[in-house]
Design a binder for this molecule. Structure first.
Ligand code: B12
Ligand code: SF4
Length: 584
């Protein structure tokens, strides 16, 4: 019996000091890895290489597990190099690290294939060579652009027969995903992430056209979805191994055409079968207008929702073609989630054309005062390869940072008309501190207690969100517990440090960081206890929690401070007047 070695590696990327970002426990599991693993297991079960060949699958998420290259090479050697390394879900920022991993395997003549958003985005929007894509060709790495459902078996068969092509390009041929193998990871991998939650994409594709977005150019604008039966299968497979929490990774679950059937099935699993589901979903800012959406979300087990708020200045939203985001609806939408007792997380992008450090500082204060958001995450507007923004700059030969490792939406990669690149980068880091002040964290805990959001749960997230950028210099989504490093994992081209210097410094840094974390934890625990025992906490009220009133367009800074906001309000008034006039 021959054994085909399929090693699936989700690469991490390098931090600013050139060390691979890896944790004892990483924040979130990789859904790309779960998706490709599910398809690979199906290939193995169907014996796609024939009855006398087994497919031996190894899964490595580099954010929580070291890629032991020599051990893997030895394993390939024992099988006569019969197999392939698959570099999975490689984003632009992970592309340099992915190639560094590949280099060692290619030197031993082991087949390597790469897929994910970088290669898919570049092949979708550029000329098929730009942005370092030719490095793969030079190294003999197979490029796989597009989705693997129904295709992975062809790649495996070609590798096994020694006839792998340099490029497989399925980007213009998006498969239906209903009834295809479902994303899945065995528990031993899921346990390496915080909170032991797993993930699945219930659907792909988004109808909108935001110019900074890569998703629509890789996964398309049409809604493709898994069936309710598929969803039930995912839940049951995981529940059988004791996993009940999921991140549903659809970029905009509210626009998944099957959202209601999916929620109905999840409600059934929760209410009839007693599976205590806990879900995180991502939605747009108009989801409160979909009848039953929020109420069903709560019943299905959604306890956290991520909202792509992006900005509160309509001029900026218009510049990014994100016209569907209406600031006049933000409060209604957020209060509606609060009514369901669901924790709200909003993404906020810094560096739109009208932004300056001063306006960013002002806007963060407005959000703190007037919008009932629990957690706010900051990102730098980045021309990600695969987005319309990147394509425009590339076509016009505008300078962009050549180091792809920086395209993690935390580093500034191109110039801004109103801020220097340094000012932009500084205000990005400052933003975290401006939002997560002690005073505001206490307010957030009070708001949670008053609206039925679990205070302990929020406190846990506040600990991470208020400290990760400051202590670890990475975004919380890339964070985890206990940073792990090795001198040997430094980026090629950067000097290898002496172990005598490296290890004492690493030990000291780890200790110092954990002292700060313990202090932050103690403070959050104290505030939490004070709120719990305060009899007035249920009746807490502030401007953000106040029901939407008729005079807000004159009283709220959100609707008066920017030119765009004033224009948006007067537009709405005009529409209302016309509709009213017609009704009379
Ligand atoms: C869930 C998610 C996360 C999760 C989990 C990560 C993951 N990749 O699963 C978390 C929260 C951790 C996360 C974090 C980040 N993310 Co993210 N994330 C997503 C999201 C919303 C879904 C990913 C997913 O599951 N897609 C569905 C799967 C099935 O699609 P897929 O990955 O493309 O894989 C398919 C094919 O590409 C192919 N394939 C993939 N690899 C391979 C390999 C081979 C060999 C083959 C044959 C086929 C193949 O087969 C798969 C099945 O069809 C995507 C957007 C999106 N819609 O994809 C952003 C996205 C991937 N993230 C992005 C970014 C920037 C980040 C962060 C850097 C943000 C930050 N600063 O914190 C971090 C990086 C952390 C990390 N270590 O990955 C960007 C990447 C853009 C780019 N061009 O580089 C995206 C595209 C969103 C965006 N803003 O545009 N993310
Ligand atoms: S709403 Fe989100 S997924 Fe849809 S186009 Fe805009 S950024 Fe992309």
């Amino acid at each position: 019996m021959k054994s085909f070695q399929l090693v699936l590696v989700k690469p991490s990327h390098y931090d600013d000091d050139g060390y691979v970002i890896r944790w004892w426990r990483a924040m979130t599991p990789s859904n790309s890895l779960a998706a490709v693993y599910g398809i690979a297991v199906d290939c193995a079960e169907r014996q796609v290489l024939g009855p006398d060949v087994t497919i031996d699958i190894t899964v490595i998420d580099e954010t929580n597990t070291r890629v032991d290259v020599p051990a893997l090479i030895a394993r390939f050697k024992r099988q006569g190099n019969f197999g392939c390394v698959g570099l999975i879900g490689v984003q632009s920022n992970q592309y340099p690290r992915a190639l560094d991993i590949a280099r060692a395997f290619r030197a031993e003549d082991i087949a390597v294939a790469i897929g994910g958003f970088h290669v898919s985005g570049c092949l979708s929007m550029l000329d098929g060579h730009a942005v370092d894509i030719d490095l793969c060709r030079d190294m003999g790495i197979t490029i796989f652009a597009g989705e693997a459902e129904g295709r992975l078996e062809h790649l495996i068969a070609d590798v096994a027969a020694g006839r792998a092509q340099p490029v497989y390009n399925y980007i213009k041929d998006l498969p239906g995903i209903e009834g295809t193998p479902v994303p899945f990871l065995p528990k031993k991998h899921v346990e390496r992430t915080l909170g032991t939650s797993s993930s699945f994409d219930a659907g792909r594709g988004c109808p909108y056209q935001c110019s900074f977005c890569t998703i629509i150019n890789v996964q398309g604008r049409k809604s493709r979805y898994r069936s309710a039966d598929d969803i039930e299968r995912i839940v049951r497979l995981n529940w059988a191994q004791g996993i009940r929490k999921f991140f549903i990774t659809d970029d905009n679950f509210a626009r998944n055409r099957e959202w209601e059937a999916t929620f109905d099935r999840l409600i059934e699993l929760r209410e009839k079968d007693g599976i205590p589901l806990g879900l995180l979903i991502q939605v747009d800012t108009l989801c409160h207008k979909i009848p039953n959406f929020m109420e069903k979300a709560r019943r299905a087990g959604v306890n956290k929702v991520f909202i792509g708020l992006e900005n509160i200045n309509p001029d900026n939203l218009a510049a990014a073609k994100k016209r569907q985001n209406k600031i006049t609806e933000y409060r209604k939408m957020l209060l509606a989630w609060k009514e369901q007792g669901i924790l709200t997380i909003a993404g906020y992008i810094l560096g739109f054309p009208a932004d300056t450090p001063e306006t960013i500082r002002r806007d963060i204060e407005i959000i703190k005062e007037e919008l009932p958001i629990d957690l706010l995450e900051f990102f730098c507007l980045t021309p990600l390869p695969g987005s319309e923004d990147h394509q425009t700059l590339w076509r016009n030969s505008v300078a962009m940072d050549a180091d792809l490792n920086k395209y993690d939406i935390e580093h500034v990669c191109t110039a801004h008309s109103k801020m220097s690149m340094d000012e932009w980068q500084e205000i990005y880091h400052e933003a975290w501190g401006l939002y997560y002040t002690s005073e505001h964290m206490k307010t957030l805990l009070r708001r949670a207690a008053a609206t039925g959001v679990p205070v302990g749960n929020l406190a846990k997230y506040l600990l991470t969100f208020s400290t990760t950028d400051r202590l670890e210099k990475v975004h919380p989504l890339q964070g985890g517990i206990l940073r792990l490093k090795r001198p040997s994992e430094r980026r090629p081209g950067m000097a290898r440090e002496s172990p005598w210097l490296f290890w004492p410094r690493f030990g000291w840094e780890t200790l110092a960081k954990h002292m700060v974390l313990l202090g932050a934890l103690a403070r959050l625990t104290m505030w939490q206890a004070a709120i719990r025992y305060d009899p007035r906490s249920q009746s807490y009220m502030d401007q953000a929690l106040m029901p939407v009133g008729d005079d807000e367009d004159e009283t709220l800074d959100l609707l008066t401070k920017t030119t765009g906001a004033r224009a948006a309000v007067s537009h709405i008034k005009k529409v209302e007047e016309l509709t009213h006039a017609r009704a009379i």
